[in-house]
Design a protein around this ligand. Structure first.
Ligand SMILES: NC(=O)c1ccc[n+]([C@@H]2O[C@H](COP(=O)([O-])OP(=O)(O)OC[C@H]3O[C@@H](n4cnc5c(N)ncnc54)[C@H](OP(=O)(O)O)[C@@H]3O)[C@@H](O)[C@H]2O)c1
Length: 266
């Protein structure tokens, strides 16, 4: 899985924005930003349609991620929901399919649906989202649960709680952590302390926030940008090296957790 991708939440909501949204995703693919994260929930399928248009003719260049609603995550429901997503995305396969958050359907049913899809070649891998440590432990205790490839959770400089136990647990089991809302929906980029650190390092706040995430083992990040200049800026984070001194400074300004905390979600 690529370490850096593009989020699509709030895309596909207004028809007039569609050409711009398609263009920004295409510009990201052109630059090599190969992972695209979507969900059936986003604009009730509208975001997946935008992605479908953006990747037309270049499916092999992208690593495609989508998510199933918890209420669709029964054994049969997950298969039907995936078919609908594939149709909107105009493709025959997803690279990664996630349970968007934990619902009432027993996890064993969802796993069975995911495995059916995997065996049919409709998805290459499956995972979860917004699962805390106890959810992960329960999942891993169910037959087939060890096939989980990723857990997509809220993770950014201002929200480091997962470092206490969830991130180490995922690492131990070889489960990738996908950091969503890496800029806290943009709020982090208005943080003056982050700006000061970034200016001193000669990078933008967005680059520093992403470079810090990407420096964590087993972590991928999926910032959302509707401005092509922002996509370009975000991609440059891959070239940013964080010195030991800068990392220590970051930890001072944005401290790691000192104990367990409930998993936050947006
Ligand atoms: N699994 C889940 O439950 C879950 C929950 C939330 C999000 N997600 C996923 O994670 C993705 C990202 O999270 P998010 O959309 O909440 O927010 P985000 O990526 O933390 O922040 C997006 C905001 O940052 C701005 N931005 C992006 N790059 C920038 C740059 N280089 N310089 C300045 N501003 C920049 C964007 O502005 P412009 O739009 O103007 O470029 C936008 O306002 C979502 O799109 C979605 O795919 C998943």
């Amino acid at each position: 899985m690529p370490a850096l991708g593009m989020g699509t939440w709030r895309m596909g909501e207004r028809a007039r924005d569609r050409p711009r949204e398609v263009a920004v995703l295409r510009s990201g693919i052109d630059l090599g930003m190969a992972l695209i994260d979507s969900a059936e929930m986003y604009a009730e399928g509208g975001a997946e349609e935008v992605v479908g248009e953006a990747i037309a003719g270049r499916r092999d260049e992208v690593f495609l991620v989508s998510k199933v609603y918890p209420h669709n995550a029964s054994r049969r429901g997950v298969v039907a929901a995936c078919r609908r997503s594939l149709k909107r995305l105009s493709t025959d396969r997803l690279d990664l399919y996630l349970l968007h958050w934990r619902g009432d359907v027993p996890l064993a049913e969802t796993i069975a649906g995911f495995e059916t899809l995997r065996e049919a070649g409709s998805i290459r891998a499956w995972g979860v989202s917004n699962f805390d440590r106890s959810d992960m432990e329960e999942l891993l205790g169910i037959p087939g649960g060890g096939h989980c490839s990723a857990n997509q959770v809220l993770y950014n400089l201002g929200c480091r709680g997962i470092e206490w136990d969830l991130l180490p647990l995922c690492r131990r089991h070889g489960i990738a952590v996908m950091a969503y809302s890496p800029f806290d929906e943009g709020r982090l980029l208005r943080n003056s302390k982050l700006r000061t650190l970034a200016e001193r390092a000669g990078v933008t706040s967005a680059q520093l926030a992403l470079a810090w995430l990407l420096a964590q083992e087993h972590v991928a990040a999926i910032p959302k940008a509707s401005d092509p200049a922002h996509v370009h800026d975000n991609l440059s984070a891959l070239d940013v090296h964080l010195s030991q001194g800068l990392r220590a400074e970051i930890d001072r300004v944005f401290p790691p957790p000192s104990g367990p905390s409930a998993l936050k979600m947006i």
